[in-house]
Write a protein that binds this ligand. Sequence first.
Ligand code: SF4
Length: 243
Amino acid sequence: MAERDATPRFRISAKDLGQLAMPEFCPRCFWLDRHYDLPFGGPFPGIFSSLDSYSKKIVHASFDRHGAPPLWLAPLGPFTSYIPPPAPPKFYIDDDATGIRLTGAPDGILVRADGRKVIVDYKTAKHTAAQDELRPIYEVQLNGYARIAESRGLGPVDRLALVYTEPITDGSPGLFESARTEEGFVMGFRATLEDVPLDPDLLPPLMRRAREIYDAPRPPKRSPGCEDCDRFAELSLAAQDWP
Ligand code: SF4
């Protein structure tokens, strides 16, 4: 079969591609988001990425000092080392079938004795039903990382996992007393592991769908479950009369 003309190539992160797997996915929102600089959303608090990055440093420091991961990662092992995750500009694949550049930023690539890899993603969050609702996104995200890793020579990947790190907010007065430091306080975290199935077949239909929506000359129909577009249209109309 002839290869698709790769232009115009568009880029999408594996996590954003996961939006297409959500039950309430709205193609119109996706189209608008890809074609316009939307004024919604606001800045995402950077504290979560700082905490995820801290988890990564704790794991790498454990390998560097003890040659092994922290005990709470042991169920995924055994491991012999880790690979520093490549920076996002170097971690992507160009999919010629769709003309999509799929990008990613894995939190952790852990190495087994036989060279196989386990890719983990740290989520600073309680492992709750609300987090489970985001599972379709995480499955696409991690399978995207696996595909990119293998195409970049960082495979083979044989396991994917989410590592939830949840702040421990309960404790005794004595514990709170000992948590104080001169600059502030220290806080503990509890890690919970969750496997994500390796499923290479997950990505191609989502990438084809993303391409189809992106290429549409007009915004597709809106999601039946969301009325915000109607509200926005009313707001725009009303705003025209404002000084
Ligand atoms: S219907 Fe809702 S989700 Fe879809 S484009 Fe409009 S605001 Fe976004």
